[in-house]
Design a protein around this ligand. Structure first.
Ligand code: UTP
Length: 297
């Protein structure tokens, strides 16, 4: 049995330029899918996977994120007074245990690998998860939970993997597969953002990782990879070159790229339709909209 994973790093220090001007003052992770900020989906997924310590790598202008996890005593008192029991329960479910959250600053946005490295002193000698909150995954069993269960068997490093069409490969890290075992694939190499014709497979890495502490030591050594940023992919690739195991995990579920406008809109529609309290009205509206558009064409 491999060591359990109880710590997760949430790198949220990126500039979020694809959502400017909104991200001038609103952190991307606070943007809401229906009525919950992106970060709440990530936290819920981590909790379901057994994560107990939540490490946020933040940057200037992200104080709204820290406030979000604070208690809201005035709001709670007001809801209690008005007997709004359901809302109160909803609000309380977002509270975090004292001491469960740590914040580390990434002073300059030098890439995902660098953001993860900033948390090195909080990880100690244990495997840890990395969750990118702008990848939102709708799944019966939360994605990280699926991975933690698989990782208990495999050990090593594990990345979430998803099939993508070849023309999309250049937006991802792509897996060179050593052996395909179904849900789990063993990895030969990782290629960051390859051209379509050079992609070693159609299996792309998305924003969930379980990593060994050795990754932090690899990041120590890496100065800069592709694009001048310090890439997490390079630190994982270094594990392979040293002969250690890296696995891809084909998760069950649907991933939405909420770091892009189109992905965020798709997620809004999917999560809106999935909500019992909104489904009928929203579904009716979308159908009407489609009919009107078809008629206009
Ligand atoms: P993205 O590539 O989506 O970058 O980062 P971004 O800055 O958030 O957004 P755009 O591309 O400018 O619109 C993927 C994840 O890595 C984090 C981001 O916060 C996001 O969760 N990240 C990225 C950092 O924490 N630090 C960095 O230096 C880069």
């Amino acid at each position: 049995m491999n060591k359990s994973v109880t710590k997760a790093i949430f790198p949220v220090a990126g500039l979020g330029t694809r959502f400017l001007p909104a991200t001038k003052s609103v952190p991307k992770e606070i943007m809401t899918l229906v009525d919950r900020p992106l970060i709440q989906y990530a936290i819920d997924e981590a909790r379901a996977a057994g994560i107990k310590e939540f490490i946020f790598v933040t940057s200037r202008g992200k104080s709204a994120l820290e406030d979000y996890f604070d208690m809201a005593p005035h709001l709670e008192a007001e809801l209690r007074k008005k007997d709004k029991v359901d809302l109160l329960a909803e609000l309380k479910s977002t509270n975090m245990d004292s001491g469960a959250i740590a914040y580390i600053r990434q002073q300059r946005a030098l890439g995902l690998g660098h953001a993860v490295w900033c948390a090195r002193r909080l990880v100690h000698n244990e495997p840890f998860a990395v969750i990118l909150p702008d990848d939102v995954i709708a799944a019966e069993k939360p994605c990280l939970q699926q991975m933690v269960e698989a990782h208990a068997e495999t050990g090593g490093c594990m990345v979430a993997a998803m099939e993508v069409p070849p023309e999309k490969a250049s937006s991802y890290g792509v897996i060179d597969i050593k052996e395909d075992l179904g849900s789990v694939v063993s990895v030969n190499g990782l290629v960051e953002k390859p051209k379509a014709e050079e992609a070693p497979s159609n299996l792309a890495v998305i924003g969930r990782y379980i990593l060994t502490p050795q990754i932090m030591r690899n990041l120590n050594k890496i100065k800069s990879g592709s694009g001048g940023e310090i890439q997490l992919t390079d630190a994982i690739d270094a594990e392979l070159r040293e002969g250690r195991d890296v696995f891809g995990y084909r998760f069950q579920g649907q991933r939405f790229d909420c770091g892009s406008k189109a992905g965020f809109l798709q997620a809004t529609v999917a999560f809106g339709l999935a909500r019992e309290d909104l489904h009928d009205e929203f579904d009716g509206y979308l159908r009407k909209l489609m009919t009107m558009q078809t008629a206009a064409q």
